[in-house]
Ligand binder design. Structure first.
Ligand SMILES: *[C@@H]1O[C@H](CO)[C@@H](O)[C@H](O)[C@H]1NC(C)=O
Ligand SMILES: *[C@@H]1O[C@H](CO)[C@@H](O)[C@H](O)[C@H]1NC(C)=O
Ligand SMILES: *[C@@H]1O[C@H](CO)[C@@H](O)[C@H](O)[C@H]1NC(C)=O
Length: 316
Protein backbone atom coordinates (compact mmCIF):
# COMPACT_ATOMS: atom_id res chain seq x y z
CA UNK A 1 0.00 0.00 0.00
CA UNK A 2 1.45 3.33 -0.92
CA UNK A 3 -1.27 5.83 -0.02
CA UNK A 4 -0.67 8.14 2.92
CA UNK A 5 -4.04 7.07 4.30
CA UNK A 6 -2.56 3.67 4.97
CA UNK A 7 0.54 5.22 6.47
CA UNK A 8 -1.66 7.07 8.95
CA UNK A 9 -3.24 3.81 10.04
CA UNK A 10 0.17 2.38 10.68
CA UNK A 11 1.10 5.30 12.94
CA UNK A 12 -1.38 4.06 15.50
CA UNK A 13 -0.04 0.54 15.57
CA UNK A 14 2.65 -0.30 18.12
CA UNK A 15 6.17 -0.42 16.78
CA UNK A 16 6.47 -4.12 17.42
CA UNK A 17 3.49 -4.88 15.25
CA UNK A 18 4.93 -2.76 12.49
CA UNK A 19 8.04 -4.88 12.55
CA UNK A 20 5.85 -7.92 12.42
CA UNK A 21 3.81 -6.57 9.53
CA UNK A 22 6.91 -5.60 7.60
CA UNK A 23 8.39 -8.98 8.28
CA UNK A 24 5.22 -10.75 7.07
CA UNK A 25 5.00 -8.65 3.95
CA UNK A 26 8.62 -9.35 3.21
CA UNK A 27 7.99 -13.07 3.41
CA UNK A 28 4.54 -13.29 1.80
CA UNK A 29 4.53 -10.28 -0.50
CA UNK A 30 7.98 -10.32 -1.95
CA UNK A 31 8.22 -9.65 -5.58
CA UNK A 32 4.89 -9.78 -7.28
CA UNK A 33 3.45 -8.04 -10.28
CA UNK A 34 1.68 -4.79 -9.48
CA UNK A 35 -2.08 -4.77 -9.01
CA UNK A 36 -4.32 -1.73 -9.38
CA UNK A 37 -6.66 -1.85 -6.39
CA UNK A 38 -8.57 1.34 -7.21
CA UNK A 39 -9.32 1.51 -10.89
CA UNK A 40 -9.69 4.79 -12.75
CA UNK A 41 -13.22 6.05 -13.10
CA UNK A 42 -14.92 8.51 -15.38
CA UNK A 43 -14.43 11.92 -13.85
CA UNK A 44 -17.06 14.60 -14.50
CA UNK A 45 -15.36 17.92 -13.99
CA UNK A 46 -16.78 21.41 -14.04
CA UNK A 47 -14.94 23.93 -16.16
CA UNK A 48 -12.23 25.72 -14.11
CA UNK A 49 -12.46 23.19 -11.29
CA UNK A 50 -9.85 20.57 -10.41
CA UNK A 51 -10.15 17.01 -11.62
CA UNK A 52 -8.47 14.14 -9.82
CA UNK A 53 -7.78 10.60 -10.99
CA UNK A 54 -6.82 7.95 -8.42
CA UNK A 55 -4.90 4.86 -9.41
CA UNK A 56 -4.17 2.98 -6.20
CA UNK A 57 -1.53 0.34 -6.65
CA UNK A 58 -0.54 -2.64 -4.57
CA UNK A 59 3.00 -3.56 -5.49
CA UNK A 60 6.10 -5.13 -4.02
CA UNK A 61 8.54 -3.73 -4.78
CA UNK A 62 7.21 -0.22 -5.31
CA UNK A 63 5.87 0.25 -8.82
CA UNK A 64 6.78 2.99 -11.19
CA UNK A 65 3.47 4.65 -12.13
CA UNK A 66 3.14 6.52 -15.41
CA UNK A 67 0.17 8.43 -16.82
CA UNK A 68 -1.05 8.94 -20.35
CA UNK A 69 -3.61 11.22 -21.89
CA UNK A 70 -5.08 10.04 -25.20
CA UNK A 71 -2.07 7.71 -25.48
CA UNK A 72 0.49 10.49 -25.01
CA UNK A 73 2.67 10.16 -21.89
CA UNK A 74 2.29 12.84 -19.24
CA UNK A 75 5.71 13.97 -18.09
CA UNK A 76 6.40 14.46 -14.41
CA UNK A 77 7.66 17.97 -15.07
CA UNK A 78 4.59 19.00 -17.12
CA UNK A 79 3.25 21.98 -15.19
CA UNK A 80 -0.25 21.30 -16.45
CA UNK A 81 -0.52 18.39 -14.00
CA UNK A 82 0.17 17.68 -10.36
CA UNK A 83 1.23 14.14 -9.54
CA UNK A 84 1.12 12.95 -5.94
CA UNK A 85 1.21 9.85 -3.77
CA UNK A 86 4.11 8.29 -5.63
CA UNK A 87 2.19 8.68 -8.86
CA UNK A 88 -1.09 7.25 -7.60
CA UNK A 89 -2.90 10.59 -7.89
CA UNK A 90 -3.13 12.81 -10.97
CA UNK A 91 -4.60 16.27 -10.43
CA UNK A 92 -5.62 18.47 -13.35
CA UNK A 93 -6.13 21.97 -11.94
CA UNK A 94 -8.58 24.41 -13.55
CA UNK A 95 -9.94 22.01 -16.12
CA UNK A 96 -10.36 23.36 -19.67
CA UNK A 97 -12.27 21.80 -22.54
CA UNK A 98 -8.93 20.77 -24.06
CA UNK A 99 -8.32 18.51 -21.04
CA UNK A 100 -11.13 16.11 -21.79
CA UNK A 101 -10.08 12.72 -23.07
CA UNK A 102 -8.94 9.34 -21.92
CA UNK A 103 -6.46 9.07 -19.07
CA UNK A 104 -4.60 5.89 -18.20
CA UNK A 105 -2.22 4.90 -15.45
CA UNK A 106 0.29 2.09 -15.83
CA UNK A 107 2.09 0.50 -12.89
CA UNK A 108 5.28 -1.38 -13.56
CA UNK A 109 7.67 -2.91 -11.03
CA UNK A 110 9.66 -5.00 -13.44
CA UNK A 111 7.97 -8.20 -12.33
CA UNK A 112 5.32 -9.74 -14.48
CA UNK A 113 2.97 -7.72 -16.61
CA UNK A 114 2.50 -4.00 -15.89
CA UNK A 115 -1.02 -3.18 -14.68
CA UNK A 116 -3.07 -0.59 -16.51
CA UNK A 117 -6.33 1.20 -15.86
CA UNK A 118 -8.09 3.90 -17.90
CA UNK A 119 -10.80 6.44 -17.29
CA UNK A 120 -12.25 9.44 -19.06
CA UNK A 121 -12.34 13.09 -18.14
CA UNK A 122 -15.69 14.53 -19.12
CA UNK A 123 -16.35 18.17 -18.83
CA UNK A 124 -19.72 19.23 -17.55
CA UNK A 125 -20.96 22.68 -18.32
CA UNK A 126 -24.34 24.33 -18.65
CA UNK A 127 -25.06 25.59 -22.15
CA UNK A 128 -24.07 29.13 -23.03
CA UNK A 129 -24.76 31.01 -26.22
CA UNK A 130 -21.40 32.20 -27.49
CA UNK A 131 -22.57 33.85 -30.70
CA UNK A 132 -26.09 35.16 -30.98
CA UNK A 133 -28.01 35.52 -34.22
CA UNK A 134 -28.57 39.07 -35.48
CA UNK A 135 -31.50 40.85 -37.12
CA UNK A 136 -31.63 40.31 -40.85
CA UNK A 137 -33.49 41.83 -43.75
CA UNK A 138 -33.90 39.49 -46.66
CA UNK A 139 -35.36 39.56 -50.10
CA UNK A 140 -38.15 37.22 -51.04
CA UNK A 141 -36.80 33.93 -52.44
CA UNK A 142 -33.31 34.51 -51.03
CA UNK A 143 -31.87 32.34 -48.26
CA UNK A 144 -31.27 33.04 -44.59
CA UNK A 145 -28.59 31.69 -42.26
CA UNK A 146 -28.98 32.68 -38.62
CA UNK A 147 -25.96 31.67 -36.53
CA UNK A 148 -26.19 30.21 -33.03
CA UNK A 149 -22.87 29.15 -31.53
CA UNK A 150 -23.09 27.52 -28.13
CA UNK A 151 -20.78 26.13 -25.47
CA UNK A 152 -21.52 23.34 -23.05
CA UNK A 153 -20.67 19.78 -22.11
CA UNK A 154 -22.10 17.52 -23.18
CA UNK A 155 -22.44 19.42 -26.46
CA UNK A 156 -25.84 21.13 -26.33
CA UNK A 157 -28.67 20.18 -28.66
CA UNK A 158 -29.84 23.19 -30.65
CA UNK A 159 -33.41 23.96 -31.55
CA UNK A 160 -35.05 27.14 -32.82
CA UNK A 161 -38.20 28.96 -31.89
CA UNK A 162 -40.25 31.24 -34.09
CA UNK A 163 -42.30 33.32 -31.71
CA UNK A 164 -43.14 30.64 -29.14
CA UNK A 165 -43.37 27.78 -31.60
CA UNK A 166 -40.69 25.16 -32.08
CA UNK A 167 -39.50 25.24 -35.70
CA UNK A 168 -39.93 21.97 -37.55
CA UNK A 169 -37.20 21.21 -40.05
CA UNK A 170 -38.25 20.26 -43.57
CA UNK A 171 -36.88 20.43 -47.09
CA UNK A 172 -36.77 24.24 -46.90
CA UNK A 173 -35.70 24.77 -43.29
CA UNK A 174 -32.72 23.05 -41.68
CA UNK A 175 -30.53 23.32 -38.60
CA UNK A 176 -26.88 23.13 -39.58
CA UNK A 177 -24.26 21.14 -37.68
CA UNK A 178 -23.05 24.16 -35.72
CA UNK A 179 -26.56 25.16 -34.72
CA UNK A 180 -27.30 27.76 -37.41
CA UNK A 181 -30.80 27.97 -38.83
CA UNK A 182 -30.93 27.90 -42.61
CA UNK A 183 -34.04 28.84 -44.55
CA UNK A 184 -34.13 28.43 -48.30
CA UNK A 185 -36.40 30.34 -50.62
CA UNK A 186 -37.59 32.92 -48.09
CA UNK A 187 -41.32 33.53 -48.04
CA UNK A 188 -43.32 36.40 -46.69
CA UNK A 189 -44.54 34.29 -43.78
CA UNK A 190 -40.96 33.64 -42.63
CA UNK A 191 -40.88 37.19 -41.27
CA UNK A 192 -40.97 37.17 -37.47
CA UNK A 193 -39.01 36.78 -34.28
CA UNK A 194 -36.55 33.90 -33.85
CA UNK A 195 -34.49 32.50 -30.97
CA UNK A 196 -32.19 29.54 -30.67
CA UNK A 197 -32.26 27.24 -27.66
CA UNK A 198 -29.21 25.27 -26.47
CA UNK A 199 -29.95 22.40 -24.13
CA UNK A 200 -27.93 19.67 -22.40
CA UNK A 201 -28.36 17.57 -19.27
CA UNK A 202 -27.14 20.45 -17.10
CA UNK A 203 -29.35 23.23 -18.33
CA UNK A 204 -30.78 25.39 -21.07
CA UNK A 205 -29.82 28.73 -22.66
CA UNK A 206 -31.76 31.00 -24.98
CA UNK A 207 -30.28 33.39 -27.50
CA UNK A 208 -31.46 36.98 -27.82
CA UNK A 209 -34.56 37.24 -29.98
CA UNK A 210 -33.89 38.44 -33.52
CA UNK A 211 -36.12 39.55 -36.32
CA UNK A 212 -36.23 38.35 -39.89
CA UNK A 213 -37.68 41.04 -42.10
CA UNK A 214 -38.72 39.91 -45.54
CA UNK A 215 -38.53 42.42 -48.36
CA UNK A 216 -40.14 42.15 -51.76
CA UNK A 217 -39.17 44.02 -54.92
CA UNK A 218 -41.71 46.47 -56.37
CA UNK A 219 -44.39 44.82 -58.46
CA UNK A 220 -47.22 46.41 -60.44
CA UNK A 221 -50.54 44.72 -59.81
CA UNK A 222 -52.78 46.98 -61.86
CA UNK A 223 -51.56 48.43 -65.14
CA UNK A 224 -53.09 51.60 -66.63
CA UNK A 225 -55.59 50.87 -69.40
CA UNK A 226 -55.29 51.95 -73.00
CA UNK A 227 -57.93 54.45 -73.92
CA UNK A 228 -59.28 56.32 -76.91
CA UNK A 229 -60.64 59.70 -75.90
CA UNK A 230 -61.87 62.86 -77.54
CA UNK A 231 -59.38 65.70 -77.62
CA UNK A 232 -59.39 67.87 -74.53
CA UNK A 233 -60.84 65.17 -72.31
CA UNK A 234 -59.54 64.69 -68.77
CA UNK A 235 -58.66 61.05 -68.25
CA UNK A 236 -57.99 59.18 -65.03
CA UNK A 237 -55.36 56.45 -65.33
CA UNK A 238 -55.05 54.00 -62.47
CA UNK A 239 -52.01 51.98 -61.47
CA UNK A 240 -51.39 50.05 -58.29
CA UNK A 241 -48.21 48.45 -56.99
CA UNK A 242 -46.92 46.53 -54.00
CA UNK A 243 -43.60 45.55 -52.43
CA UNK A 244 -41.74 45.80 -49.15
CA UNK A 245 -40.87 48.57 -48.55
CA UNK A 246 -44.01 49.93 -50.23
CA UNK A 247 -42.90 51.37 -53.59
CA UNK A 248 -43.33 54.94 -54.72
CA UNK A 249 -45.13 55.58 -58.02
CA UNK A 250 -44.23 58.25 -60.56
CA UNK A 251 -45.92 58.94 -63.89
CA UNK A 252 -44.25 59.77 -67.20
CA UNK A 253 -45.66 61.18 -70.42
CA UNK A 254 -43.81 59.91 -73.48
CA UNK A 255 -40.95 59.06 -71.14
CA UNK A 256 -40.75 62.53 -69.58
CA UNK A 257 -42.03 64.01 -66.35
CA UNK A 258 -45.53 65.36 -66.67
CA UNK A 259 -46.47 68.94 -66.10
CA UNK A 260 -49.98 70.10 -65.51
CA UNK A 261 -51.38 66.86 -64.22
CA UNK A 262 -52.57 65.84 -60.80
CA UNK A 263 -51.95 62.58 -59.00
CA UNK A 264 -54.12 61.04 -56.33
CA UNK A 265 -52.39 58.49 -54.12
CA UNK A 266 -53.74 56.15 -51.44
CA UNK A 267 -52.15 53.36 -49.48
CA UNK A 268 -54.28 50.27 -48.91
CA UNK A 269 -52.36 47.82 -46.73
CA UNK A 270 -49.16 47.15 -48.68
CA UNK A 271 -50.64 48.33 -51.96
CA UNK A 272 -50.15 51.84 -53.23
CA UNK A 273 -52.84 53.07 -55.60
CA UNK A 274 -52.02 55.99 -57.86
CA UNK A 275 -54.48 57.77 -60.17
CA UNK A 276 -53.23 60.22 -62.76
CA UNK A 277 -55.64 62.92 -63.91
CA UNK A 278 -54.50 64.49 -67.15
CA UNK A 279 -56.14 66.47 -69.93
CA UNK A 280 -55.33 64.82 -73.24
CA UNK A 281 -54.69 67.13 -76.20
CA UNK A 282 -52.60 64.80 -78.30
CA UNK A 283 -51.90 61.06 -78.38
CA UNK A 284 -49.33 60.02 -75.80
CA UNK A 285 -47.82 57.17 -73.84
CA UNK A 286 -48.39 57.29 -70.11
CA UNK A 287 -46.09 55.23 -67.94
CA UNK A 288 -46.64 54.23 -64.35
CA UNK A 289 -43.26 53.64 -62.72
CA UNK A 290 -42.99 51.89 -59.32
CA UNK A 291 -39.69 51.91 -57.41
CA UNK A 292 -38.54 50.57 -54.08
CA UNK A 293 -35.19 50.32 -52.34
CA UNK A 294 -34.45 47.01 -50.58
CA UNK A 295 -31.51 45.04 -49.25
CA UNK A 296 -30.83 43.74 -52.76
CA UNK A 297 -30.67 47.25 -54.25
CA UNK A 298 -33.22 49.42 -56.04
CA UNK A 299 -35.96 47.95 -58.13
CA UNK A 300 -38.06 49.73 -60.77
CA UNK A 301 -40.95 48.32 -62.75
CA UNK A 302 -43.01 50.08 -65.40
CA UNK A 303 -46.34 49.74 -67.18
CA UNK A 304 -47.37 51.92 -70.11
CA UNK A 305 -50.75 52.77 -71.58
CA UNK A 306 -51.28 54.34 -75.00
CA UNK A 307 -53.88 57.07 -75.11
CA UNK A 308 -55.18 57.84 -78.58
CA UNK A 309 -57.25 60.83 -79.51
CA UNK A 310 -60.28 61.08 -81.73
CA UNK A 311 -61.01 64.50 -83.20
CA UNK A 312 -64.42 65.93 -82.36
CA UNK A 313 -66.42 66.88 -85.47
CA UNK A 314 -68.57 69.90 -85.01
CA UNK A 315 -72.01 69.34 -86.28
CA UNK A 316 -73.43 72.01 -88.44
C1 LIG B 1 -7.15 23.16 -7.38
O1 LIG B 1 -5.82 22.80 -7.24
C2 LIG B 1 -4.96 23.87 -6.95
C3 LIG B 1 -3.54 23.38 -7.00
O2 LIG B 1 -3.43 22.21 -6.29
C4 LIG B 1 -5.33 24.43 -5.58
O3 LIG B 1 -4.51 25.53 -5.29
C5 LIG B 1 -6.77 24.88 -5.65
O4 LIG B 1 -7.20 25.32 -4.38
C6 LIG B 1 -7.66 23.76 -6.10
N1 LIG B 1 -9.00 24.30 -6.35
C7 LIG B 1 -10.10 23.69 -5.94
C8 LIG B 1 -11.39 24.35 -6.32
O5 LIG B 1 -10.08 22.64 -5.32
C1 LIG C 1 -33.67 43.73 -33.84
O1 LIG C 1 -34.96 44.17 -34.21
C2 LIG C 1 -35.80 44.44 -33.12
C3 LIG C 1 -37.17 44.86 -33.65
O2 LIG C 1 -37.43 44.37 -34.90
C4 LIG C 1 -35.23 45.57 -32.28
O3 LIG C 1 -36.05 45.81 -31.17
C5 LIG C 1 -33.85 45.16 -31.82
O4 LIG C 1 -33.26 46.23 -31.12
C6 LIG C 1 -32.99 44.78 -33.00
N1 LIG C 1 -31.73 44.27 -32.51
C7 LIG C 1 -30.57 44.67 -32.96
C8 LIG C 1 -29.38 44.05 -32.35
O5 LIG C 1 -30.47 45.51 -33.85
C1 LIG D 1 -54.74 46.55 -57.22
O1 LIG D 1 -54.98 45.95 -58.47
C2 LIG D 1 -55.39 44.60 -58.45
C3 LIG D 1 -55.47 44.13 -59.90
O2 LIG D 1 -56.34 44.89 -60.65
C4 LIG D 1 -56.70 44.48 -57.70
O3 LIG D 1 -57.07 43.13 -57.61
C5 LIG D 1 -56.54 45.03 -56.30
O4 LIG D 1 -57.77 45.05 -55.63
C6 LIG D 1 -55.99 46.45 -56.36
N1 LIG D 1 -55.72 46.88 -54.99
C7 LIG D 1 -56.15 48.05 -54.53
C8 LIG D 1 -55.85 48.32 -53.14
O5 LIG D 1 -56.77 48.84 -55.22
Amino acid sequence: MQLSLNMKLLENIPVLQIFLLLHLSLISGVQRAPKITTLLETVDALLDHNATFICEVDSHPLADITWMRNNYPIRHYDSRYIIRENGQMLIIPNVKDTDSGEYCCTANNGIGEPAKSCGALQLKMKPQIKRHPTNVTLLLESKAVLPCVSLGYPKPEISWLKGDELIKVDSRISILEFGALKIHNIRKEDAGQYRCVARNSFGIAYSKPVTIEVQAPAKILKVPKERKVQIGTEVALECNATGNPVPSITWLENGNTITGASVEETLVGEVIVSILHVVVNKPALYTCQATNQHSGGANTVKATAKITVSVRFFEA
